[in-house]
Design a protein around this ligand. Structure first.
Ligand code: ATP
Ligand code: MG
Length: 396
């Protein structure tokens, strides 16, 4: 008989009339993530859950992928059973044993009204069977059971599931429009990417490169990070900005204490133009308040002054330790700590101001024709597209 996985949606249920498009989006993401690797799977998309019918595919392997897909609250292994109350009770007893839990509750849904016992009778019968066989070891707890055993009596068969494997939560990628993400290759920005994706937002990434001061290995590092993110978004564009000339001009004309602020203001100007061109209504970064001089509240104000789009900062209030935990979970940490320098670190100064003033920034910026240099950067942006080949997909 055919085993299944039942997939429960995350926050989707709260979304009222948009529910249908959310379910379609999640259904598409699930089938996209699984269908090539597990060709025998079949999918049944319902209003408040999705069935993944295993057709002989391995439960654990499929489950391990499902729990990483944004928009999924939990998944459970569903065991099919004949419509025979003794067989049902036996499967539930085994489930209880395997779970190693001590309190339980049985919840039956009788879709097939011709089944001779009412839901409540099934609940009592099964619970009694478990208690009789495991007396003193387990108890029923109606209000807060450690294990909820669900019995679904359908026309074809009875389906039983218990243990819940927690999913990633959030929203399915693609239900929101796009953000232009500032991707640096450090620890933070890939984590910010993940958190944006988990809100259902699609990403295009922009990177400011300063060759030959920054090594081409930085780009390889970014490619490796993007490959990890391709699990969530099948195809990701990376826009590489040749930033060296503008950066050198900044260091020629601006006192060292203001260099990083002005540099970031230039990044914002370029990102604004590019976001407009790429139809991204917002930009996003991996900034975390107070982490470095350029991320104090005063710096944020002075830097954001040059941005014409709203900036989303998913990590704004997270500690570095929390960020590192997520980086490890999404497997970008080891890539991020490779030692190649970013354009900000290469030119970092000893005395960056933590309290820059907009009028002072403007005074320094008036010392050189940055508008022309910004335009030159934009005109020379190189775009690369990354997606997973089927083979790479299998290795995930
Ligand atoms: P780290 O883990 O070293 O803090 P980071 O990526 O957060 O890495 P920061 O210097 O803290 O680096 O930069 C803050 C944010 O600014 C980054 O998260 C990123 O969004 C953006 N940023 C910094 N440098 C670049 C760059 N070269 N290209 C694109 N975005 C950048
Ligand atoms: Mg940082």
């Amino acid at each position: 008989m055919n085993e299944m996985i039942i997939v429960f949606y995350g926050e989707l249920t709260t979304k009222g009339k948009n529910l249908n498009s959310f379910i379609r989006c999640l259904g598409r993401n699930i089938t996209d993530a699984l269908k090539d690797k597990f060709p025998k799977l079949k999918f049944e998309i319902k209003r408040d859950h999705i069935y993944v019918i295993l057709n002989g595919e391995d439960f654990t392997k499929v489950k391990d992928i499902l729990v990483r897909i944004p928009g999924i609250l939990s998944v459970s292994h569903v065991l099919p059973c004949d419509k025979d109350i003794n067989k049902i009770a036996e499967i539930c007893l085994n489930m209880m044993d395997e779970s190693k839990k001590t309190t339980f509750k049985v919840v039956t849904r009788r879709v097939d009204k011709t089944f001779p016992m009412h839901s409540d009778e099934v609940n009592r019968y099964v619970a009694t069977h478990i208690l009789k066989n495991r007396d003193k070891v387990v108890k029923v707890d109606i209000h807060d059971p450690e294990l909820k055993i669900n019995i679904m009596i359908r026309e074809d068969k009875v389906y039983i599931y218990g243990k819940k494997y927690q999913g990633a939560g959030g929203y399915p990628v693609g239900i929101q429009s796009k953000a232009l993400m500032l991707l640096s290759g450090g620890i933070d920005s890939p984590v910010a990417c993940y958190m944006m994706l988990k809100r259902g937002i699609k990403l295009e990434c922009i990177h400011f490169a300063a060759p030959p001061y920054t090594s081409s290995k930085v780009i390889t590092k970014l490619e490796d990070i993007i490959h990890k993110l391709n699990f969530y978004q099948k195809e990701i564009k990376l826009h590489i900005v040749p930033f060296t000339k503008l950066q050198l001009e900044i260091y020629k004309h601006v006192p060292t204490s203001y260099c990083i602020t002005i540099l970031r203001r230039m990044m914002m100007r370029i990102a604004s133009i590019w976001a407009l061109k790429r139809r991204c209504p917002v930009v996003a970064s991996g900034e975390s308040i107070g982490q470095v001089a350029s991320q104090t509240l005063e710096s944020i104000v002075s830097i954001e002054n040059c941005l014409t789009k709203p900036m989303i900062r998913p990590l704004a209030c997270l500690d570095k330790i929390e960020i590192i935990d997520i980086a490890k979970k999404i497997d970008t940490y080891d890539i991020s700590i490779r030692p190649y320098e970013d354009c900000c670190t290469i030119f970092s100064t000893k005395d960056p101001t933590t309290c820059p003033r907009i009028d002072v920034c403007e005074k320094y910026e008036s010392r050189f024709n940055y508008q022309e240099l910004v335009e030159e950067c934009v005109n020379n942006i190189e775009t690369r597209v990354y997606s997973l080949t089927d083979e790479e997909n299998i290795e995930l």
